[in-house]
Design a protein around this ligand. Structure first.
Ligand SMILES: [Ca+2]
Ligand SMILES: [Ca+2]
Length: 158
């Protein structure tokens, strides 16, 4: 009995750890709830808050602020992309859409951990603008180079 009570105390302490594995139905249900919450959080992060490690592009200025789920078009990349042609935007739920993203980017967040060069033409050519790690740009149209709805490639310098 005593040993069990001590074990229970240890188990309660372990609840602070994420995804602790239990053998009872209740513990399994709790683990499932934790997993659901994490999935939900992942989707929310994907839909515009820009996860660490990503270079995030948005169809509208101000990172799509104010847009509804159906028009919240965005795309994250984590490495060089020499041609955005053929890339599709994701929607507010993180699903790929039929909307193409080349020449459509209007704002960006750089959480990639690298300096990222955004280019106006495919193949890292044309005009470019460099974003250091952590830089957010709410309006590419306000910049002298590349500009609004023009970005076609990006390369990472880490
Ligand atoms: Ca746009
Ligand atoms: Ca272009």
């Amino acid at each position: 009995m005593r040993a069990k009570a001590r074990l229970l105390g240890t188990a309660l302490g372990a609840l602070l750890l994420p995804l602790s594995v239990g053998t009872t139905a209740h513990a399994a249900q709790s683990a499932q709830s934790v997993q659901s919450a994490q999935d939900e959080r992942t989707v929310r992060i994907m839909a515009g808050s820009c996860s660490s490690g990503n270079f995030c592009m948005f169809d509208l200025v101000n990172y799509n602020a104010g847009s509804t789920t159906s028009t919240n078009l965005w795309r994250d990349i984590v490495h060089d992309d020499d041609n955005f042609a053929g890339n599709h935007w994701r929607d507010g739920n993180g699903n790929l859409t039929s909307h193409l993203m080349d020449n459509r980017t209007s704002s960006i967040k750089n959480e990639s951990g690298c300096r990222v060069y955004l280019w106006s033409n495919p193949g890292y050519s044309g005009e470019n603008i460099a974003y250091s790690d952590g830089a957010w740009d709410p309006d590419l149209g306000a910049r002298p180079f590349v500009g609004d709805n023009a970005a076609s490639s990006a390369d990472f310098s880490c």
